[in-house]
Ligand binder design. Structure first.
Ligand code: 6CS
Ligand code: FE
Length: 302
């Protein structure tokens, strides 16, 4: 029988056809998960829960004082924005700052936290070895003005638009303000990391200019979401400043807008395995800029 000339990409997506839900082909915890040699590795039970549920919530990964210092720095950075520049994303239809990207390279304080072993050791344990920062950003969800992030799997975008080969990355969202039921907290679908949802619709040119404000491609169908939620429910882990959520790169998540008078500011850091660095995108558009998908890889040495 003739051999196929190319190996099909298991995680293809963005076709004109119907959506599909398929099982993931990668482990959730890479390596032996023992975390041996990593001071801050998760105990076995927490590791198991991450593996099964797709996320791990920590009440005080950073102290409230550390979170307050980072919040002051984040607010200072947002206030110093003078106009459009790479890495600065504003809310749809306004100049209010929504996200600041690549803060692990542009700012000493955020670089230090991205390299902190309380964070990095967990990423090393989950991903089975050394890691680097694939993406970092501050998401401001300002009081009254902060708009939603529609449901999505980060991995779907990173694979199709950035060329991340496998599901071997972990996201970390650190609350710098309270995250409560009123200010648009992150919502996750437990166990959805086990399923890869192929999304419908060809990626438009320069998609990121739109998607970071309001994502319309690379999002799951309503049918897919209904199935995932029927199986896993929805959880919105809340917490004080310094509380954090590690979540697997394929976990379905989203957040509603912020109608409350309380800002919701989160620091978001994505660790990727050094063995999973981005190649050419698996979709048909050129790679996105480096501020969205790091290509100048700096292994973390702490
Ligand atoms: O574009 C990114 O890298 C991230 N942002 C959005 C709005 N969706 C996909 C991914 O989480
Ligand atoms: Fe996301």
């Amino acid at each position: 029988m003739a051999q196929p000339t190319t190996i099909a990409d298991p995680y293809w997506s963005r076709t004109e056809h119907d959506w599909q839900a398929v099982d993931r082909e990668d482990p959730v915890v890479w390596g032996d998960g023992s975390g041996s040699g990593f001071e801050y590795a998760l105990p076995r039970e927490q590791l198991k829960s991450f593996e099964n549920e797709g996320f791990h919530h920590v009440d005080a990964l950073l102290s409230e004082a550390e979170a307050a210092e980072l919040l002051a720095e984040a607010d200072r950075l947002a206030a110093s924005v003078k106009g459009p520049s790479p890495g600065v994303v504003t809310e749809p239809q306004s100049d209010v700052v929504r996200s600041l990207f690549r803060v692990h390279r542009s700012n000493q304080k955020f670089r230090a936290v991205a390299h902190d072993r309380r964070l990095v050791d967990v990423a090393r344990q989950l991903l089975g070895g050394e890691v680097y920062v694939h993406q970092s950003r501050i998401n401001f969800k300002p009081a009254f003005d902060g708009r939603e992030f529609f449901w999505h799997s980060d991995f779907e975008t990173w694979h199709i638009e950035d060329g991340m080969p496998r599901m071997r990355a972990v996201s970390l969202s650190i609350s710098l303000t309270d995250n409560n039921e009123f200010n648009g907290p992150l919502m996750v679908i437990p166990r959805s990391h086990q399923t890869y949802v192929r999304c419908v619709g060809a990626t438009p040119e320069n998609h990121f200019e739109q998607s970071l404000r309001r994502q319309e491609y690379g999002v799951p169908s309503r049918e897919a979401m209904t199935q995932l939620v029927a199986r896993g429910g929805i959880l919105a882990p809340k917490g004080r400043p310094g509380s954090s959520l590690f979540f697997e790169c394929n976990l379905m998540h989203g957040s509603a807008g912020n109608l409350s008078p309380f800002p919701r500011t989160n620091l978001f850091i994505v660790y990727n395995s050094l063995e999973n660095a981005c190649v050419d995108p698996f979709g048909d558009r050129p790679p996105r800029p480096d501020y969205l998908a790091e290509r100048e890889i700096e292994p973390i040495v702490t």
